[in-house]
Design a protein around this ligand. Sequence first.
Ligand SMILES: Cc1ncc(COP(=O)(O)O)c(C=O)c1O
Ligand SMILES: N[C@@H](CCOP(=O)(O)O)C(=O)O
Length: 527
Amino acid sequence: MSTSSSSLFQSAHLHLITAKPVGDRRRTTHFIPTIKASSDSSKQTTTKTTSTGSSSKGCNIRDSARLLNLSNPQPDQNLTAKYVPFNAGPTCTESYSLDEVVYRSQSGGLLDVQHDMDALKAFPGSYWRNLFDSRVGKTTWPYGSGVWSKKEWVLPEISSDDIVSAFEGNSNLFWAERFGKHFLSMNDLWVKHCGISHTGSFKDLGMTVLVSQVNRLRKMNKPVVGVGCASTGDTSAALSAYCASAGIPSIVFLPANKISMAQLVQPIANGAFVLSIDTDFDGCMQLIREITSELPIYLANSLNSLRLEGQKTAAIEILQQFDWEVPDWVVVPGGNLGNIYAFYKGFHMCKELGLVDRIPRLVCAQSANANPLYLYYKSGWKEFKPIRANSTFASAIQIGDPVSIDRAVYALKNSDGIVEEATEEELMDAMAQADSTGMFICPHTGVALTALFKLRNRGVIGPSDRTVVVSTAHGLKFTQSKIDYHSNNIKDMACRFANPPVSVKADFGSVMDVLKKYLGSKTPNFD
Ligand SMILES: Cc1ncc(COP(=O)(O)O)c(C=O)c1O
Ligand SMILES: N[C@@H](CCOP(=O)(O)O)C(=O)O
C-alpha cells in the first residue's frame, strides 16, 4: 500500500490557532446527585456534585460510589463468574478462578468466562432491562461506563474501587438513512459506531475489563509486573491508555510498518514499551504467547477471555438502544475473531436471561487478503487452514491465524450466521460511499459494508430488514488510506468515488467557472 502523502494534499496548510480560554470549567452549573453518609447509614441525603465529579464536600465519584454501595447494595453481591474450557460438555468439571493467571484449558483449548446463570436468573428479564436502562447517561461510578453499567454480567466480583474506566461504551447507534436508501434501498440500516470511543476503537470495551482485573491482581500481590499484547494497532492503543491511567507498565509487540501512524503514536504517547518487530501480526502473536508464558507479563489479547466480557456489552447496548427490540442482522468485521463471539455471547445472554426472545443473525466480514474464516466457511466448515495474510487497507484485520477461530465458528453456527469477504477495491469503494453520506468510517467498516452490499444484492438481506453494521474503529486512524483513494493514487484501483480537490486560479472568473460547472452537474432532486 502506498503510504506517501499525495501532492494533492500537500497544498493544504496547517494554521496554528492559539486556544482561547473558554471559562473555568470547575465552575460548571451542571449538577449530579451523590449520596452522603450520615451516622445512620440507612438514611441517605444527597449533596450537589459538579460535573467534574467532585462534590462541594470534597467527595469524588469513587468515594460516592463506595458510600452508595454501603447504603444501597447493588445486585452483584451474590453473583460469581469463573473460567471454564470453551464449549465444554456438561460433564466437564475443569474451572479456574478469575484471579488465576490462565489463558488455556488443560487440553490447550480456549477458555470462556462462565457466569452463575442460575443466580442471574433469580432476577427477571424486566429487572435487568430496567437496571441497565437506569444507568445510562449518568456519571455514577462505575456505571457511567457502557461496560460497567452491566457490571453484574461482566465481572460481578470486582470491587468498584479496582475498576479502571474511561466511561467507554454508550457509543452512538447511527441511523444510516441516506446510505441505506441511496445505495442499498434499505430503510432500517444502522451503524453502531464502536470506534467513537476513548482510544478510537471497540477495544476499549474489553480493555477496561482486562486492566481492571490486572489492577485487582496487583493489589492482591499476584506476580503481574506488566501487561503485554501483540497488535495490529487498536489493541495496543487501548492497552497502553488503560495501563497508563492505572500506572501499570504496558508492553506492545507491533508488526513493523504494518500499522497506521495514528495507531503507532498512541502507545508511544501513552508511555508503553513498544517493540516494532520485523514480522506480521501472527508472528507477533506467537511471540507474545511465548513471552507471557516465561515472564510475569499478563496477556491482553483476546485469547484472554476476560476481554470478551467487555466487548459483549456492545451487543447488549444495541438491544437497549432499540428499546429491547432485536435487529434482524448484525454485521461485524473479523480478524482475530474474538469480537464476533463477543457479540454472540452478549445477544445470547440477553435471550437466556429473558430480556429478549431471539437473537439476530450474525455476519462476519473479512478482507479477501486475510480471509481464513471465509475459506473455512466456504469449505462447509470442513477444514480450517491458517493462511499468510496479505497486505490490506483494512490493516487491523490482516490476520491469517486467528486465535478465536473456534469461538467464531460457534457463534456463526448458533446464529444461523454467514461469512463474506471484500476485495481491496470493494472495501475502499464502500468506505468512500459511506463517507459521501456523512460518515467517516475505517476500512474495516468498509469490509462490513461490502458484505452487506453482497447480501443485499443476493436478496439474503431484505429491504426492510433491521440491520446493524458494527463500525469498529474511528476513520481518523486511517486517513492515509482515504488520502490515497481520493488522490487516485492506488495501483490497479479505479477509485470510482474519489473526490479530489480542484485546483483553481485565484481570480473571480476562474472560481465562477468551476462553480457553475459543478452546480450544473447537480440536479436539485439528487436524493
Ligand atoms: C478496527 C478493527 N476492526 C475489526 C477487528 C477485528 O476484531 P476481531 O479481532 O475481534 O475479529 C479489529 C481487530 O482485530 C480491529 O482493530
Ligand atoms: N485488531 C487487533 C488484533 C488483535 O486482536 P485481539 O482482539 O486479539 O487483541 C489489534 O488491534 O491489535
